[in-house]
Ligand binder design. Structure first.
Ligand code: OGA
Ligand code: MN
Length: 373
């Protein structure tokens, strides 16, 4: 990998783009031997925190987390699946059933009326429960058409800004999870003010970008991954800097803070689970009863019903969900109020512009949202 990266830098301007294309390639499939896999490595001593608080959001005691740094990337922390067995199911269910609900905003709102996108889960779940899932069937449920959801301050893909006029309450459970993780990584008092959920189908990717729309860059950016695995490319401050490739598996958490907060990054491809069931499918929705855990009743996230789990399990058989949580403002700071407009009006225009952009770029690219690129 180091050799490949070096030869690419020599040959041209944008080393990141070349490596992105290398991992995006289908035929022949790319050589993955240089991809860092934290799930097997030796963790460092980077996190500390309160174990009972962690269990309330479905996380293992902090002292059991396997947290890694990456040489050359100060402030980047990779926590290899810190979730208690059975507890990821709760977060997958929230991402598929709860967070896409109004008043949150999703890609389907760009072209559909709020009444049509009111109950994405309810309109889709029977297909997952009763129909045999076929990759090639030509009608897709709304759940399968979901590409992104925004929470809190709703990111405006067009202007790449947040605004005080487009804000809805941030889910308190996701804030609890985020504040636990950020506190354990040395950032107490994290305010979850915006989140973007990305929903990846097998051919999806996420283009090369920096998350710089937030006004406070001293706070970390948190990323939670569920379902299928993916490759994550972490670059430098400049597009010419060749990125490091790493696997993201279900349950993995990444923290981009300090000097790593504003680095270029991208997701060039989703990696289907090896033959058989993915680790998360095998895990199921029921928390492992562990007699050694000192937990009070009700200290775990609420259990997921078998019916909800059936829908989630079938969805993640082919898909990946990523949640990035951001603090937008410094304490006491406020956002400018941009021209208030209905999500419909501007959003439809923005979506049209985005599809234009997609046509101009590589035709086969199914990017979860192109405006990042
Ligand atoms: C983002 C992002 C990474 C991922 O939404 O800004 O970088 O793993 N997501 O999906
Ligand atoms: Mn990002």
């Amino acid at each position: 990998m180091a050799k490949m990266a070096a030869s690419m830098v020599d040959s041209g301007e944008d080393a990141f783009r070349k490596i992105f294309k290398f991992y995006r390639r289908r035929n022949p499939p790319p050589d993955l031997t240089g991809v860092t896999d934290f799930s097997g490595g030796e963790p460092g001593d980077r996190v500390s925190g309160n174990d009972v608080e962690a269990s309330r959001v479905g996380l293992k005691p902090v002292r059991e987390w396997r947290a890694f740094g990456l040489q050359g990337y100060p402030g980047f922390i990779f926590i290899s699946n810190p979730f208690l067995r059975g507890c990821q199911a709760f977060w997958v269910r929230q991402c598929l059933k709860t967070y896409p609900q109004k008043p949150n905003i999703c890609n389907l709102d760009m072209h559909m009326n709020p009444s049509e996108t009111q109950d994405i889960w309810g309109q889709s779940r029977w297909n997952f429960i009763f129909l045999t899932y076929k990759e090639n069937r030509n009608t897709h449920t709304l759940l399968e058409k979901l590409r992104w959801v925004t929470l809190g301050y709703h990111y405006n893909w067009d202007s790449k800004t947040y605004s005080s006029s487009s804000h809805t309450p941030f889910p308190s459970d996701l804030h609890s999870l985020s504040s636990r993780v950020s506190a354990a990584c040395g950032f107490p008092g994290f305010q979850s003010e915006a989140a973007i959920l990305n929903f990846y189908r097998p051919d999806s990717c996420l283009g090369i970008h920096v998350d710089e729309s937030e006004l406070d860059h001293t706070r970390p950016l948190l990323s939670f991954s569920f379902g299928q695995s993916a490759i994550f490319l972490l670059g430098g401050r400049r597009r010419q800097d060749p990125p490091t490739a790493m696997y993201m598996h279900s349950g993995d958490v990444m923290v981009m803070s300090g000097q790593s907060r504003l680095l270029y990054h991208a997701v060039p491809c989703i990696l289907p689970a090896a033959a058989g069931r993915s680790a998360l499918e095998a895990e199921g929705p029921v928390p492992d009863p562990d007699p050694d855990r000192d937990l009070r009743d009700g200290a775990l996230p609420e259990p997921v019903s078998q019916e909800d789990w059936t829908v989630c399990r079938r969805y993640i058989q082919t898909s990946r969900v990523n949640v990035t949580v951001r603090q937008v403002l410094e304490p006491g700071q406020s956002l400018p109020e941009t021209r208030a407009c209905s999500p419909q009006g501007t959003a439809a225009a923005a979506a049209d512009r985005r599809s234009e952009k997609r046509k101009r770029s590589s035709g086969s690219t199914d990017s979860v949202h192109t405006s990042h690129t």
